[in-house]
Design a protein around this ligand. Structure first.
Ligand SMILES: O=C(CO)[C@H](O)[C@H](O)COP(=O)(O)O
Length: 227
C-alpha cells in the first residue's frame, strides 16, 4: 500500500508538540524532515537537537531529506536519530556509492533526491543500490511552491527505467502534493506521498488531519484503480 509522509517543516512550529499529537492520531506512515543548510538551498531548516526532541514525542519513523552540501557530514550528524531513510542529492555527494554503503552499514535505507533541474541520468548508476528515490516536484527549499509539471515526465521515465531493469526502489514525491496533483500521476503512481502545506498543514481546522490524509488515500486508491 502507498505511504503517506507528513512534512514537519510545514507544521505550526510554535505548537510542534500539539502537531505531533494530532499526527499520531492519523494513519500517517512517516515523518518527513527536511534539513536545509543555507548553501545547497537558500533556506535553513531542522537541526539534530530539535529532531531529537521530536523523536521523544512521536512513534512515526523518520524520513530525513538532506537538502545540503556535504551530505557525508550530515549523515554523521543525524544518524543517532536512527531514521528509517536518509535522502541526499547526488550532485552534493563527494562519493555517492560510498555514502550509500555507509548508510546501509548504519541500518539506514539510502535514498537519492532528485531536484526538478537534475537530470535523471545522474542517478542511473546508483539505482540498483538504493531503497528509495525522492523525486522533488518543486525545487527543494521552500514549502508552498507550485507543482512543476515537467516532473511528471521524469516520474514516467523513472518508472520505465526501473521496470526495464527490474529494480524496485520506492518512489517518493514531494512538493505541492494534493488530490489534484496526484490525479496527474495516475498512470505512474508513486509509492510515498509527502504532504505539506498543500494537502495537510494549510489553515483551517487542525483536528481534520485524519480527514485530509484519508482524502489523499482515497484519491490514490481511486486513480490507481482507473489503471
Ligand atoms: O521539501 C519541501 C520543501 O522543499 C517540503 O517537504 C514540501 O514543499 C512540502 O509540501 P508543500 O509544497 O505542499 O508545502
Amino acid at each position: 500500500m502507498e505511504k503517506i509522509a507528513a512534512s514537519i517543516m510545514c507544521a505550526d512550529m510554535l505548537n510542534v508538540q500539539t502537531e505531533l499529537e494530532r499526527l499520531e492520531k492519523t494513519d500517517c506512515d512517516l515523518l518527513h524532515l527536511d534539513v536545509m543548510d543555507g548553501v545547497f538551498v537558500d533556506n535553513l531548516a531542522l537541526g539534530p537537537e530539535w529532531m531529537a526532541s521530536v523523536k521523544k514525542q512521536t512513534s512515526l519513523p523518520f524520513d530525513i531529506h538532506l537538502a545540503t552540501e556535504m551530505p557525508e557530514k550530515y549523515v554523521e550528524m543525524f544518524r543517532f536519530l536512527k531514521p528509517e531513510t536518509i535522502s541526499f542529492h547526488i550532485e552534493a555527494a563527494a562519493n555517492p556509492i560510498l555514502l550509500i554503503h555507509r548508510l546501509k552499514n548504519y541500518g539506514i535505507k539510502p535514498s537519492l533526491a532528485l531536484n526538478p533541474a537534475t537530470p535523471i541520468e545522474d542517478i542511473l548508476p546508483y539505482l540498483a543500490e538504493v531503497d528509495q528515490i525522492l523525486l522533488m516536484t518543486v525545487p527543494t527549499g521552500f514549502a508552498g511552491q507550485a507543482f512543476r509539471k515537467e516532473t511528471l515526465e521524469k516520474l514516467c521515465e523513472l518508472k520505465n527505467i526501473l521496470a526495464q531493469r527490474n529494480l524496485h526502489p520506492l518512489i517518493e514525491v514531494d512538493g505541492n502534493i494534493n488530490t489534484q496533483t496526484i490525479s496527474w500521476m495516475k498512470e505512474v503512481m508513486p509509492d510515498i506521498f509527502v504532504l505539506g502545506t498543500s494537502a495537510l498543514f494549510q489553515g483551517g481546522d487542525a483536528n481534520s488531519y485524519q480527514e485530509r490524509i484519508r482524502t489523499v488515500r482515497q484519491a490514490v486508491n481511486a486513480y490507481k484503480s482507473d489503471f
